[in-house]
Design a protein around this ligand. Structure first.
Ligand code: FES
Length: 153
């Protein structure tokens, strides 16, 4: 097992240290900063320095993006707090509560995709043996576009 990178978390971090610990490219860190999702300060040499709390922001942004939450939605949620501030557990809870509905919807869609992709999804293709039973002559197409069974409420 490789040695963990030694970073002195008692001081402000360089962008390289943030990149190494977060697993995010330096260019992505700059992008997040330009988007106002994270913030840094400048040292005497005008180099960016980051508080270690930025690692938590980046982790949350990365995971949220991976679940399909658009960056603008993430930014909107974070905008309720000063950029880069050290949030309390209650504040992080407030933030996650704001995402609960959309996350629940995503979970439901992903679960259906996982469980029903080998079945007729009501998309109008009529390509599976069971389509005539679940979607005879694409009757579900009358209800609207898209995979009617997969996207049912
Ligand atoms: S899978 Fe497309 S209509 Fe059945």
């Amino acid at each position: 097992m490789p040695e963990p990178p030694s970073i002195d978390f008692s001081r402000l971090l360089t962008v390289g240290e943030v990149a190494r610990r977060s697993g995010v490219a330096v260019s992505t860190i700059h992008f997040y900063e330009a988007k106002g999702l994270i913030s840094s300060t400048r040292n005497e040499g005008n180099q960016r320095r980051f508080s270690s709390v930025v690692l938590r922001y980046i982790a949350v942004i990365k995971v949220a993006q991976r679940t399909g939450i658009p960056l603008e939605e993430i930014k909107q949620a974070l905008s309720h707090f000063p950029v880069g501030s050290k949030l309390t557990a209650a504040q992080w809870r407030t933030l996650s509560a704001g995402w609960r509905t959309s996350l629940d919807e995503r979970i439901q869609i992903l679960t259906r995709l996982r469980d029903e992709l080998d079945s007729c999804i009501g998309c109008g293709c009529l390509s599976l043996n069971q389509c005539p039973l679940r979607n005879p002559q694409d009757a579900l197409g009358a209800d609207g576009p898209g995979p009617r069974i997969l996207e049912r409420a």
